[in-house]
Design a protein around this ligand. Structure first.
Ligand SMILES: *[C@@H]1O[C@H](CO)[C@@H](O)[C@H](O)[C@H]1NC(C)=O
Ligand SMILES: *[C@@H]1O[C@H](CO)[C@@H](O)[C@H](O)[C@H]1NC(C)=O
Ligand SMILES: *[C@@H]1O[C@H](CO)[C@@H](O)[C@H](O)[C@H]1NC(C)=O
Ligand SMILES: *[C@@H]1O[C@H](CO)[C@@H](O)[C@H](O)[C@H]1NC(C)=O
Ligand SMILES: *[C@@H]1O[C@H](CO)[C@@H](O)[C@H](O)[C@H]1NC(C)=O
Length: 496
């Protein structure tokens, strides 16, 4: 079933590509041809009584796009006929090689967004070996809805960004930046962005196979370019990584309440569900969705394609471009991480660093199993994770991952730990102003995180020194009160 569907899709793609090529090269001839056919059809419909067998089928003519594909009798691009070995002469046998199908798609479109009057970002996946060992190219074309005489062939080379540091698997992430020399579709007349993705002989040097991707369609009147200069709606927007697995509702509950409290009224949280938002997790998010703080994106389809970490790099780039003009700052970190400001408010921090496009945020690593036993052990299970997991890993000389925040209008593609395609400056030393606590893995388990109860201020486990750090524990009380004030007691009985 699935295989058949895919084959049909591939066929449609090829047909579309040829269709566009022909339309472009001989638009006037085609119009003439179509009008002639249409005329013929009308005649036949009117005079069906005439027993002209061969022309009858014409009366039930398919829509124009299908028509043209049938009209184009170009040879197939890839040799599909089986070849046989041939004995040439003098004992020389010319061996043949027959190709069947393709192992990974040339391009899988996730999304395309306008980034101004003349520029677009197209986000998708593409065969990794193709990008690693060959040089596939992208060409962008703008096709206005209403073809007028003044319309030119608005075709530019697409600028390809591979933001995933070579982490890809079968697929790698591609962001194609399509920037035209002048604004397109700005007058609100509508149009389409096509991306022609060429393998440039990467898969078979005999063929520069090109697939045409219908990346974006703008209906007439749907574009308002002034939004690209308007002040953003939000101050802070969180872009989440794809969530998968059996997540702990209680950990998610703590995380969202803590961060809505921290980021404040002009903030928004975009959560991508790759299968991890099961009903119990949905239950803790719903009150915040209803309050307008959270948007959920269902990206479970993405799981069909084997990329790095549930296509995390794809998802963050979708988020970047989808919300690029709706927020002043964008934060990228995970649900087992808690942003912490040593001294002041988030607004004071970002205002004081507003000259930077990107802020790197360093990590405080917390134990995910040592718990602080300062009162009755029976009560510890009712405490929040951030209250009881208070042992901080103080091992020196370890490179720890960082997370980051950006001013997205200056960023063109992004990654998991930082963004490398941006305009402006990155600040790396920020730990006096902003940090994050990392409770690695605690979110992905639905059981009590405490494995060992400790009552000392220091503890050494397998050579790793831990010290008590009660910063998050002290913040928990205010967060609990904040949650109660904002959404009431609906989540009081949430489980691990
Ligand atoms: C449009 O431009 C592209 C790229 O420059 C070129 O390959 C194509 O032949 C052009 N088509 C027409 C009709 O000029
Ligand atoms: C494409 O790249 C150009 C040049 O770096 C940049 O000005 C533009 O904003 C980018 N467009 C998008 C949609 O990212
Ligand atoms: C276009 O967007 C701007 C800024 O977001 C807004 O003020 C204006 O009303 C919009 N215009 C139309 C016609 O929607
Ligand atoms: C934030 O900055 C303002 C203005 O600089 C200052 O008055 C205020 O005390 C700061 N707030 C905090 C909590 O540091
Ligand atoms: C800490 O725990 C140990 C054993 O778990 C116990 O013997 C000791 O009394 C405890 N100390 C305090 C101060 O609670």
């Amino acid at each position: 079933m699935a295989k058949d569907d895919e084959q049909i899709q591939i066929h449609n793609h090829k047909h579309k590509k040829m269709f566009i090529g022909v339309i472009w090269n001989c638009a006037s001839e085609l119009k003439l041809l179509l009008s002639t056919l249409l005329f013929l059809c009308s005649i036949i419909t009117l005079f069906q009584i005439f027993p002209v067998r061969d022309l009858r089928g014409c009366a039930a003519f398919p829509p124009p796009s299908a028509v043209t594909t049938e009209l184009i009798a170009s040879p197939p691009l890839v040799q599909t006929k089986e070849l046989e070995d041939v004995a040439v002469d003098g004992g020389l046998i010319k061996r043949t090689f027959n190709g069947y199908g393709t192992a990974a798609y040339n391009f899988i479109l996730m999304s395309a967004y306008r980034g101004g009057g003349a520029t677009f970002a197209v986000i998708g996946l593409s065969s990794k070996p193709l990008h690693l060992f060959a040089k596939p190219t992208y060409t962008c074309q703008w096709v206005p809805h209403t073809a007028t005489v003044s319309d030119e062939n608005i075709t530019v080379a697409g600028y390809k960004i591979l933001p995933d540091w070579g982490y890809g698997r079968v697929y790698t992430v591609v962001v194609v930046n399509c920037t035209f020399p002048f604004p397109v579709g700005e007058d609100g007349s509508g149009g389409r962005l096509l991306v022609h993705a060429s393998t440039a002989g990467g898969g078979d040097s005999n063929f520069a196979l090109t697939d045409t991707i219908d990346a974006l369609v703008e209906a007439p009147g749907s574009v308002n370019v002034s939004r690209f200069d308007a002040p953003p709606e939000y101050e802070y927007l969180y872009c989440g990584s794809p969530l998968y697995g059996n997540l702990s509702p209680q950990r998610v509950r703590e995380w969202i309440a803590y961060h809505v409290d921290l980021f404040g009224q002009k903030s928004h949280f975009v959560i991508y569900d790759a299968g991890g938002v099961h009903p119990d997790v949905m239950a803790v998010l719903r009150p915040w969705v209803e309050k307008g703080y959270v948007t959920l994106q269902d990206v479970t389809e993405e799981e069909r394609f084997d990329g790095y970490y549930h296509n995390q790099f794809l998802i963050v780039n979708d988020c970047l471009h989808r919300y690029r003009f709706t927020t002043k700052w964008m934060f990228f970190f995970d649900l087992d991480e808690f942003i912490f400001l040593p001294e002041t408010t988030i607004k004071n921090v970002t205002d004081s660093l507003s000259e930077y496009t990107q802020l790197r945020i360093s990590q405080r690593t917390m134990s995910n199993k040592l718990c602080y036993l300062d009162d009755h052990p029976g009560k510890i299970y009712r405490k929040w994770g951030i209250e009881k997991l208070v042992y901080r890993d103080t091992k020196r000389g370890i490179r720890r991952d960082r997370k980051y925040a950006i001013q997205p209008r200056n960023v063109f593609a992004t990654g998991v730990h930082m963004s490398q395609n941006l305009k402006g400056i990155t600040i790396h030393k920020t730990e006096e102003k902003i940090m994050y606590y990392h409770y690695h893995g605690t979110i992905s388990e639905r059981r009590e995180p405490c494995r060992q109860l400790v009552n000392t201020t220091e503890k050494n486990v397998d050579g790793t020194p831990y010290v008590v750090d009660t910063t998050m524990r002290e913040a928990a009380g205010a967060v609990k009160r904040f949650e109660l004030r904002m959404i009431g007691p609906v989540l009081q009985n949430t489980h691990q």
